[in-house]
Design a protein around this ligand. Structure first.
Ligand code: G1P
Length: 288
């Protein structure tokens, strides 16, 4: 079985929910404590053994490219001032030459279209997709690593899921579940943003995918789905029955950072895990 070596990060979205903060700053660069959202996803991919990072970007997103590049003046100044502890904070944003690639999605035609834009960079091998606004937090055993292990065992396609409240099922890709074995459930159907009351379960896709390259041929058809967009969910649903297809129930804490409340909660939760910040944050929370 081919190993999952490449990951796609769709980062072309406009981030309108965070305006005006995202007028000039990509939403993926908003920090949770002191690290931009996109770097949590990239760190997760690296921890799962991903070797090649592919960003599907758009206009106004060049801060992401700069973030994952050498910052020559900054690094030179820090070295000259003997600030090696600060230089260490930049480690996670460094990559071997050639291990990051960027491709532009010229028009916002949907997540399926964004993934399709990376087809020639992925080629004929399984790949991961990570949506950075879903901060899936389990630093000891990251979500994508959980999924890679399931992929090594079962092959085919693997999507991360969590149970959401019934009244939120119209916001997600929802799984029609088959047999369940521990945290792994067979997928019998997959539907994007079903109307309330029609969802086949409460198992929602939470922004992590391991996908077989056959999906590119289906995405190429450009069929429009929910919201008039080319949906990844619709193309994946067509692989069910032809290839193994499993949902991995994520073990860890999900922070929906595409949502303001979720984003603020993520900042509080992760700050409370930091020994240098925890006392001050906890003391402040008690006062309000
Ligand atoms: C996308 C996917 C959806 C998934 C969700 C997770 O939707 O299309 O299937 O459940 O991400 O965050 P979006 O949030 O981009 O509308």
């Amino acid at each position: 079985m081919k190993k999952v070596r490449k990951a796609i990060f769709p980062v072309a979205g406009l981030g309108t929910r965070f305006l005006p903060a995202t007028k000039a700053v990509p939403k993926e660069m908003l920090p949770v404590v002191d690290k931009p959202l996109i770097q949590y996803a990239v760190d997760e991919a690296r921890a799962a053994g991903i070797e090649q990072m592919i960003f599907v970007t758009g206009r106004g997103k060049s801060a992401i490219e700069d973030h994952f590049d050498i910052a020559y003046e900054l690094e030179d100044t820090l070295s000259a001032r003997d600030k090696s502890h600060l230089l260490e904070t930049l480690e996670g944003s460094r990559f071997a030459p050639g291990s990051i690639a960027y491709v532009r999605q010229q028009e916002p035609l949907g997540l399926g279209h964004a993934v399709w834009c990376a087809r020639d960079l992925v080629g004929d091998e399984p790949f991961a997709v990570l949506l950075a606004d879903e901060l899936l937090w389990n630093p000891g055993y990251p979500c994508l690593k959980q999924m890679v292990e399931t992929h090594e065992e079962k092959g085919g396609n693997v999507i991360a899921v969590l149970e959401v409240p019934e009244e939120h099922t119209d916001r997600y890709g929802i799984v029609d579940p088959g047999a369940r074995d521990g945290n792994v459930t067979e997928v019998r159907g997959f539907v994007e943003k079903p109307k309330l009351g029609t969802a086949p379960s409460r198992l929602a896709a939470v922004g992590r995918y391991i996908i077989q390259p056959a999906v590119f041929g289906l995405l190429a058809e450009g069929a429009r789905g929910a919201g008039g967009e080319i949906q990844l969910t619709d193309a994946l649903a067509r692989l069910i029955g032809k290839q193994p297809f499993h949902a991995q129930t994520f073990q860890g804490v999900r922070h929906d950072c595409g949502d303001k409340a979720g984003f603020i909660q993520a900042n509080i939760a992760l700050a409370l895990e930091r020994p240098d910040l925890e006392p001050a944050i906890r003391a402040f929370l008690k006062t309000i």
